[in-house]
Design a protein around this ligand. Structure first.
Ligand SMILES: Nc1ncnc2c1ncn2[C@@H]1O[C@H](COP(=O)(O)OP(=O)(O)O)[C@@H](O)[C@H]1O
Ligand SMILES: [Mg+2]
Length: 291
């Protein structure tokens, strides 16, 4: 069971929604930030001197960060500070944006992902992504999850069926959809659609999952399900999650990074960031003085 003193996800969320704008009250965050610390972890990904520009405009600059294996790294910070830009730099999704330039170094298992001859499609297969707005394809539930497998060349129906089931179970959606796999993915509720998108990302068995505010468009119950899922997925995967909800960061992550105006101001154990941040800007943000 979670290290939250036995409160259900539902109870935790009810207190969240009561909190206007999801702004953290310090006591709540301190109480929630009790997940185990990150001592002795191996790094799965590493960014050094990372800068992303959109034409002349700086998205992020001077970002140094390690992503520890089989942990959840939460990224927080005010809107427009570069969280999504950073996330997209971790799987070369920025390559698809016009006029973008990326400088610096990002590695996955010690290998540069921007190196010569590296295929961004293969990087994205190993480093999957889930977005804020769930975006199922106008296809059946089955085909939504099978999509990446088909792109990767899998044709055998029994193999697809087995992998689809595994991904849906992994995304905690199987029991809700197993009797309606041929129905449209768009017929599902918002929370189910988001878990469908998570299943679609999981089907190709990524090693890292990037999640950009995956619960911000969901109601409290669906949010609780996604949060519980994140905590479970960490046994197999490395996760980087952007959230504007600091209680959520405190509940699901082992490490937290604070972004501000295109820079990564501070990263560390979630407990430390929320109780004893080193930088004044971090403290001001988590105590609700701005953002
Ligand atoms: N496709 C884009 N084209 C131009 N500027 C962008 C683009 N995406 C993001 N930016 C700019 O980069 C900065 C960081 O944005 P973003 O990474 O989306 O921040 P966050 O996710 O923290 O809200 C912002 O100033 C934003 O306007
Ligand atoms: Mg964003």
């Amino acid at each position: 069971m979670p290290e939250d003193g036995g409160r259900s996800s539902q109870e935790r969320h009810t207190s969240d929604t009561a909190d206007a704008l999801g702004k953290a009250r310090v006591e709540d965050v301190v109480a929630a930030a009790t997940l185990p610390s990150a001592q002795g972890a191996k790094h799965k990904m590493r960014a050094r001197g990372l800068a992303v520009r959109y034409g002349e405009k700086v998205g992020i600059q001077d970002v140094d960060i390690d992503v520890h294996e089989k942990q959840v790294l939460a990224l927080i910070g005010p809107s427009g500070c570069g969280k999504s830009t950073f996330l997209r730099a971790l799987n070369r999704m920025n390559d698809t944006v016009p006029n973008v330039s990326v400088e610096g170094h990002v590695e996955l298992d010690g290998e540069p992902i921007y190196g010569p001859g590296v295929d961004p499609v293969l990087v994205r297969r190993r480093v999957g992504m889930v977005f804020q707005r769930s975006n199922p394809f106008p296809k059946s539930i089955f085909e939504n999850v099978a999509y990446g497998l088909r792109i990767a060349g899998e044709r055998e129906r029994p193999v697809l069926a087995e992998r689809v089931e595994r991904a849906l179970r992994h995304a905690a959606l199987w029991d809700e959809v197993k009797d309606r796999l041929e129905e449209s993915g768009l017929a599902l509720s918002g929370g189910q659609q988001q878990r469908l998108c998570i299943a679609r990302a999981l089907a190709v068995q990524p090693e890292v999952l990037l999640m950009d505010e995956p619960a911000s468009a969901l109601d409290p119950i669906a949010t609780a399900k996604v949060e519980d899922l994140v905590s479970q997925l960490r046994t197999d995967l490395t996760i980087v999650i952007v959230t504007h909800n600091m209680q959520q960061a405190a509940r699901v992550s082992q490490r937290t990074g604070f972004f501000y105006m295109g820079r990564m101001v501070e990263v560390g154990d979630t407990t430390t960031i929320f109780t004893r941040p080193k930088q004044r800007e971090t403290e001001d943000y988590i105590t609700g003085r701005f953002g």
